[in-house]
Design a protein around this ligand. Structure first.
Ligand SMILES: Cc1cc2nc3c(=O)[nH]c(=O)nc-3n(C[C@H](O)[C@H](O)[C@H](O)COP(=O)(O)OP(=O)(O)OC[C@H]3O[C@@H](n4cnc5c(N)ncnc54)[C@H](O)[C@@H]3O)c2cc1C
Length: 337
């Protein structure tokens, strides 16, 4: 039987390998040059929706939901997706899509704005209750586990091109053009950097808060544990592999969040500074140094040693205290690379 090598153990490669094994393929290797879910899959928002605007996409998404449902509530939280339109044109677009989606069996409906979400400026909303959210890396690890159980050989830190095979599946996400070029195939795929922001902990976020999306602006947010994860399409697309955090959008995104979800007004985006000091009885932390941990490590080591052994240090560690997130303190330090 042919040996099939699947290149890339992200959400896509893991699913291809799993389904190959389910359908009886006996010689399948799932190879990742890094680790499982170490590409885009490990960084995604985790939204799972069926509300697309063309039939082929709706079908793929609809059947994927069935699969997520079978995985169960541990993997997939069916909190729904609510699209908000703030203009009549936007609402007409949502209603047109809704007709298509409903025609394909997707239960999309007109709804009121969900509790806690500001609705004064909303012309109308549609929701699909069977949409939801998941952890892409967790689901991917589970699929890889199931694939391995069915006999798939999983190889991390392995470039797929190096393996003997009869068939190669290129599922390398943004690196796919590079992987295919080595096979003499040109794939017109290029990386696009997208950014998620996560708020400080917010008390009392409802467990059933749906994914909320503003149609016209693309601003959207979901609950993840006790925080909100927020995102929006960048005004100017950031093509390339550069993953530098763009802090210039923080204020705008927090303002949008406070407007749309007033209970989150005043929240912050945890800063890019470390946590240093006592964090619980008998527990100390020195972590989260962004791009400056090495250069500060000598003094940090000394400060923490003094604190642990002598109960005090000459360094001012207050800007690095864990409690600063509860206070909503914003660090004035700007030179963080
Ligand atoms: C900020 C953000 C938010 C997102 N939100 C959502 C969302 O809400 N819902 C959603 O559905 N999608 C979302 N996405 C998109 C989603 O993350 C991707 O579409 C999906 O993860 C793609 O999976 P993949 O397996 O194709 O690629 P990846 O996860 O990038 O996996 C590719 C893998 O290939 C490996 N690789 C590369 N070259 C080789 C080689 N030569 N040999 C072997 N392995 C190789 C890499 O190491 C990597 O692990 C989001 C993405 C981002 C960045």
């Amino acid at each position: 039987m042919a040996r099939i090598v699947v290149a890339g153990a992200g959400a896509i490669g893991a699913s291809v390998a799993y389904h190959l094994a389910l359908r009886g393929a006996r010689d399948v290797v799932l190879a990742d040059r890094g680790e499982i879910a170490s590409g885009s899959t490990g960084k995604a928002m985790g939204g799972v929706r069926q509300q697309f605007s063309t039939e082929p996409e709706v079908r793929l998404a609809r059947d994927s939901i069935r699969f997520f449902e079978e995985l169960g509530a541990r993997w997939f939280q069916q909190v729904g997706y609510v699209f908000l339109a703030t203009t009549d044109e936007g609402l007409a677009e949502l209603e047109e899509r809704m007709e298509l989606q409903r025609g394909l069996g997707v239960p999309v409906e007109r709804v009121d704005v969900p509790a806690g979400v500001r609705g004064e400026d909303v012309a109308g909303a549609v929701a699909c209750r069977s949409d939801g959210v998941a952890s892409p890396p967790a689901v991917t690890h589970e699929l890889v586990r199931r694939a391995a159980e069915l006999g798939v050989e999983v190889r991390e830190r392995t470039r797929a091109e190096e393996l003997e095979r009869d068939v190669l599946v290129v599922a390398c996400g943004p690196w796919s053009a590079e992987a295919a070029a080595g096979q003499g195939v040109e794939l017109p795929i290029r990386p696009l950097c997208r950014q998620l922001l996560e708020t400080a902990p917010l008390p009392d976020l409802p467990a059933d808060l749906p994914m909320v999306i503003e149609l016209e602006t693309t601003f959207h947010f979901r609950r993840r544990d006790d925080r909100l994860r927020i995102a929006m399409v960048d005004a100017a697309p950031r093509w390339g592999f550069d993953e530098v955090v763009d802090e210039s959008v923080f204020d705008d995104r927090l303002r949008r969040l406070a407007h749309r979800y007033p209970a989150a007004a005043g929240t912050t985006i945890p800063d890019a500074h470390p946590i240093v000091g006592r964090v619980a009885d008998g527990v100390y932390a020195a972590c989260g140094f962004s791009g400056h941990g090495f250069m500060q490590s000598p003094a940090v080591g000394r400060a923490l040693a003094e604190l642990i052994l002598e109960g005090k240090t000459g360094y001012d560690l207050s800007p690095f205290a864990l409690e600063r997130f509860e206070r909503g303190a914003v660090s004035p330090e700007e030179v963080v690379l």
